[in-house]
Write a protein that binds this ligand. Structure first.
Ligand code: 13P
Length: 251
């Protein structure tokens, strides 16, 4: 089953208007001759969505956000609705990132409700799962990710509107990367869980990205694994040369 690779940059809480416009412009110029089998996405903070959208004009690079609320509008101070993201030009939204699960106590049930709302608003969702170091050392990586997938994916999920990101928490921002074999083992397990959850036809088409210290030096090997369909990249997505180099390794 051939799945288009998706290389996504999660800028997290980084960037001011001037430098984000430069970064987005550089990325869009660098990927002018994007391979037909690769898609590129950048997910800046809310305050930069409009600036980055403008900077990406005319390029194939897509825009996404890093979270959304479950409601369309209303009295939710400080929150952003999926309709607002759509209005700002977003195609994707990242949901259930481990930093949100930790910092904002987001549960699987909440992530699922957010995904439902985002899909209803016409967005595609990237649902993040991944085990902590303690869980990995206890041999629970499969069990934890399985529970997260089963609890966080809405029934509306299809291969067209949902992407999974496997991000082992111990590999995020630490410089430690899962070996390609270890990452592939979890990705293959996630695909099996997706078969149970969504059926074979959807599961075989749904993309599963790897995230956690992906960089030009390790991207090719990770992206060559059968069930690794792209990357969700933090630190290295903030440098256009590194992000571009990762995109170029995707086949
Ligand atoms: P790093 O690439 O900085 O490890 O971050 C990964 C990540 O959390 C992407 O969502």
């Amino acid at each position: 089953m051939s799945r288009k690779k998706l290389i996504a940059g999660n800028w997290k809480m980084n960037g001011l208007i001037a430098d984000s416009a430069t970064l987005a412009k550089e990325i869009s110029l660098n990927v002018k001759n994007l391979k037909p089998n690769t898609e590129v996405l950048v997910c800046p903070p809310f305050t930069l969505l409009t600036t980055v959208k403008k900077a990406l004009r005319g390029s194939k690079v897509m825009l996404g956000a890093q979270d959304c609320h479950i409601e369309e509008k209303g009295a939710h101070t400080g929150d952003i609705s999926p309709y607002m993201l759509k209005d700002a030009g977003c195609e994707y939204v990242i949901l259930g990132h481990s930093e949100r699960r930790t910092d904002h106590k987001e549960t699987n049930a909440l992530v699922k409700a957010k995904a439902q709302a985002a899909i209803k608003a016409g967005l595609k969702v990237i649902i993040c799962v991944g085990e902590t170091l303690t869980e990995r050392e206890a041999g629970k990586a499969f069990e934890v990710t399985e529970k997260q997938i089963k609890g966080s994916l809405p029934n509306e999920s299809t291969a067209a509107n949902t992407v999974i990101a496997y991000e082992p928490v111990w590999a995020i921002g630490t410089g430690k990367t899962a070996t390609p074999a270890d990452a592939e083992a979890v990705h293959a397990h996630i695909r099996k869980v997706l078969v149970q959850k969504c059926g074979k036809a959807i599961a075989s088409r749904m993309r599963i990205l790897y995230g956690g210290s992906m960089k030009p030096a390790n991207a090719a090997e990770l992206l060559a694994q059968e069930n690794i369909d792209g990357g969700l990249i933090g630190g290295a997505s903030l440098k256009s040369a590194d992000f571009t180099a990762i995109i170029e390794t995707a086949k």
